[in-house]
Design a protein around this ligand. Structure first.
Ligand code: RNT
Ligand code: ZN
Length: 421
């Protein structure tokens, strides 16, 4: 008996079909964020403008992608190192301005043609694409965007949002898969504001205007992402949790809520919020990240909360099109390709662990009030031979095993990344 067959027998004894878990996971799309490859810089601003919006990358590990070609090369390696179905998550600032796409355009004037090369990239690799308007790192942040008191500033950013809806629909149509388009702004204040409501009303009205752009909700799925605070906007965030939830709840026919697990108070758990949201929303979206004391966007580990988030996705029926899974972390202090790969592999591991759990049996114990047996079963499941099932999943997907892929990254680092000045 092979090691996998032995593991499969043990899972069967625990009431789980390991082959079925593997087959199920192969079809689950996880959206890989392009911005891990270049420290969230993008290509649309001349020179090295600062990263704004209250987010930060720290570290200066050599090898950051500086051009679309370099980013695509790095993405190719990262994608090849990970099992499972992927989408590519793009930000508007990754527009490609070349002779073919007609040169530079500002954010309020970007068009589908600036993403033609991304479409070709995705099509050749069988990837769907997701999209994000970029409401930060730009001279028109005053520093507010959609919530600015200045009508001209708001107009610019509303037009950006509308342009992004058109681009998202283009991506969805070209690639034959829905495009999740996430609206997040860093709008907020460093110190105690005198008016908390005005910016929120303006933000609300600005989103209304963006979503008045016609789109097919089956193809374009606009999201509203909330946040508790950012660097430099510690006192107040316009797009707070209640704001985003309220907006999404009142516009269920037009958008969906997005939860980033770095965007809450430290004892709040997104895993717990998933079933609460799915009690009301047909569909939600997630940014999976790892907050360390703040929204630090550390690379995702196979930690308890990542596992619990994936357990909730699986047992709430989230894999049946109800939960859109995306990654959102950025670390410039380690090899960026390795960061992509280890984080995505960890999310895949957490999903596989969730699929290898006898949820119906555990739920029955809970409903019967047998919390003793529930605790014992939950703990004993942790030592089943998961590694063998993971290895089989990687084999079936044609992806490298644990232990095999880091040497590939090292080779690439030596031959390619270390030569980038
Ligand atoms: C910021 C949000 C947002 C960004 C990306 C780059 O705190 O999480 O999702 O990380 O848009
Ligand atoms: Zn996020």
């Amino acid at each position: 008996m092979s090691a996998y067959e032995h593991a499969r027998t043990q899972y069967a004894a625990a009431g789980v079909d390991a082959d079925a878990a593997i087959e199920r996971l192969r079809r689950v799309p996880v959206s890989l964020h392009c911005w891990q490859g270049d420290d969230v810089r993008g290509f649309d601003q001349k020179g090295d403008g600062p990263l704004t919006g209250g987010i930060q990358t720290t570290g200066n590990y050599p090898g950051r992608a500086r051009t679309p070609e370099e980013l695509m090369d790095d993405l190719d390696l990262a994608l090849s190192l990970c099992p499972g179905r992927k989408k590519l998550n793009l930000h508007a600032c990754y527009a490609i301005f070349d002779a073919r796409s007609g040169g530079w355009a500002d954010r309020d004037a970007i068009e589908p043609r600036h993403f033609e090369r991304w479409v070709a990239f995705c099509r050749e690799r069988g990837l769907g694409a997701d999209f994000n308007p970029t409401f930060f790192s730009h001279p028109r942040c005053d520093p507010l965007t959609l919530a600015s008191p200045d009508a001209g500033t708001r107009r610019f950013w509303i037009d950006h949002g509308k342009a992004c809806i058109r681009i998202s629909e283009y991506l969805a149509r070209e690639l034959g898969q829905p495009c999740v388009m996430n609206i997040w702004t860093g709008d907020g204040f460093k110190d105690v504001p005198a008016d908390r409501m005005g910016p929120r009303l303006r933000y609300r009205d600005s989103i209304d205007e963006i979503l008045s752009e016609p789109y097919d909700f089956h193809l374009v799925k606009p999201c509203i992402e909330s946040k508790v605070f950012g660097i430099g906007v510690e006192a107040y965030t316009v797009g707070s949790a209640e704001f985003a939830l309220g907006y999404a709840a009142l516009h269920m026919d037009k958008c969906i809520p997005l939860m980033d697990n770095g965007h809450y108070h430290p004892t709040e758990m997104v895993s717990d919020k998933i079933p609460a949201m799915l009690a009301f929303f047909p569909e939600i979206a997630l940014h999976i990240t790892r907050p360390m004391r703040w929204d630090s966007d550390h690379v995702v580990r196979l930690d308890d909360e990542t596992r619990e988030i994936c357990a909730e996705i699986v047992r709430c029926g989230g894999l049946e099109g109800r939960v859109n899974i995306a990654l959102d972390y950025f670390d410039a202090s380690i090899n960026r390709v390795a960061a992509w790969a280890v984080g995505l592999r960890n999310v895949q591991k957490a999903l596989l662990l969730a699929l290898l759990t006898p949820h119906a049996e555990l739920k029955a114990l809970q409903d019967a009030g047998d919390f003793t047996a529930l605790l014992v079963r939950q703990e004993e499941l942790k030592t089943l031979p998961f590694g063998e099932v993971w290895a089989q999943y990687c084999r079936v997907c044609g992806a490298p095993q644990d232990g095999e892929w880091l040497p590939e990254v090292r080779r690439y680092e030596r031959d390619v990344l270390s030569r980038r000045a």
